[in-house]
Design a protein around this ligand. Structure first.
Ligand code: ATP
Ligand code: MG
Length: 385
């Protein structure tokens, strides 16, 4: 694969215009970090009321593959990045003909397709949960020999547990695949997870890398619920997980910020999936690290020196705030704001749908364990009568 590090290592400095595909909360923080540093920003996002569009210098309200919109980005931006993995590869290629696109369309193409991503990981010698590809009725028949329970996941466009069906036994597979619309899927063995970790790392255009402290994650119904750092890992666990993440980024020729989700199963580490962008589990870096993952994204794509990833407190925890919390009206934010070491983040989304990430709360006091306990308690109080 072409390694983007060999190309365009010229530093992009303020007040250059930086472009981003996608207008969600990850884009919002990217825009805020870029503007803090004196860059200007353009967001391409079809939703006129998006979290990132609301804070950007320019917001192009158009589809991600709209040719005129892409031409405008190419004509006005010094570099373009993305805040989500489903950016159309064709759009990235159209942009790349004129300006640097970081990460590259080839890296995005792999990470936006579970089949390609798993194959890539296997090819470079990284362990993943046992899986098979389901792409037709024959595959359903052959899956009779597969080990259940398992999870059927669509190859493309899944997020926050969407596009997944749990299969307790083989009998659930055929109906599950119907439910997912018979699209290409992976059937993954359901593992008994000892713990879930993620590594957020950056790789610059010159090939330098920097890892944040590993976070430990807890999911509820497939959605990240709680994340804390540093993960409670024995021995050289942090360095080991960082080394694995860095190896993957290098093999992918990746430039930008990337999240690597890992499953620890007994003594084994399996890679669950790759996010070619900052990661929800790295939000703690906004309040607890020298450089946040979003400042780091700006640094990586602009060819600046990577920032210091050091944690400034002994431990930090983050809890997500989902739309469900609005069921009885606006949560009581005073319960969080009365704590000096609790940091409230709301993304400016107007519609609090169930399961939708509306914001998060970070707690920066005590150990990771103490911060996690306090963050959970504060979140509970936000909606307690
Ligand atoms: P996100 O975009 O939020 O990362 P996603 O929709 O891409 O989520 P996955 O990361 O595949 O979904 O899965 C979400 C969660 O479901 C995992 O973090 C884990 O808790 C659980 N899970 C997924 N696959 C497995 C598996 N094979 N065995 C056990 N648990 C699993
Ligand atoms: Mg995931």
């Amino acid at each position: 694969m072409t390694d983007a590090t060999s190309l365009n290592t010229v530093m992009i400095t303020p007040p250059a215009m930086l472009g981003i595909l996608g207008g969600g909360q990850l884009g919002r923080y990217f825009v805020m970090a870029a503007r803090t540093m004196g860059y200007r920003t353009t967001v391409l996002e079809p939703d006129p009321h998006s979290p990132a569009g609301a804070v950007s210098d320019v917001h192009i309200v158009a589809a991600y593959d709209d040719p005129a919109a892409l031409d405008q980005l190419a004509a006005t931006c010094a570099v373009v990045t993305t805040e989500f993995e489903n950016a159309p590869a064709t759009a990235m290629e159209r942009l790349a003909a004129h300006i640097p696109v970081r990460p590259s369309s080839s890296a995005i193409a792999i990470t936006q397709d579970r089949v390609a991503e798993k194959q890539f990981l296997v090819d470079i010698g990284v362990a993943v949960a046992p899986y098979i590809v389901i792409d037709g009725d024959d595959d359903i028949t052959s899956a009779a020999g597969f080990t259940f329970p398992a999870i059927l996941k669509t190859a493309r466009l899944g997020y926050d547990g969407k596009g997944q069906v749990r299969c307790a036994s083989y009998a659930d597979l055929a109906p599950g695949w119907e439910q997912l619309g018979r699209v290409t899927c992976v059937l993954e063995q359901r593992m008994n997870l000892t713990r879930e970790l993620s590594v957020v790392l950056a790789r610059g255009a010159d090939g330098t890398t920097a890892c944040y402290p590993v976070s430990q994650n807890q999911h509820v119904h497939g959605i990240l619920d709680v994340s804390y750092a540093p993960a409670n890992l024995p021995g050289t666990g942090h360095a080991d997980a960082g080394e694995l993440g860095t190896y993957i980024a290098e093999e992918l020729g990746f430039v930008g910020v990337m999240g690597v989700e890992m499953f620890v199963v007994g003594n084994d580490v399996l890679v669950n999936e790759l996010a070619p962008r900052p990661h929800n589990s790295g939000h703690y870096t906004l309040d607890a690290c020298v450089s946040s993952q979003f400042e780091q994204q700006v640094r990586a794509i602009c060819g600046l020196a990577l920032g210091d990833t050091k944690l400034l407190v002994p431990g930090v925890a983050m809890v997500n705030l989902l739309g469900d919390m609005w069921a009885n009206g606006e949560p009581n934010w005073a319960k969080a704001l009365q704590h000096g070491s609790a940091h409230l983040h709301l993304y400016g989304k107007s519609e609090p749908r169930a399961g939708r990430k509306m914001g998060h709360l970070t707690v920066t006091t005590g150990t990771a364990m103490g911060a996690t306990s306090l963050a959970r308690r504060i979140r509970k109080q936000l909606t307690a009568g």
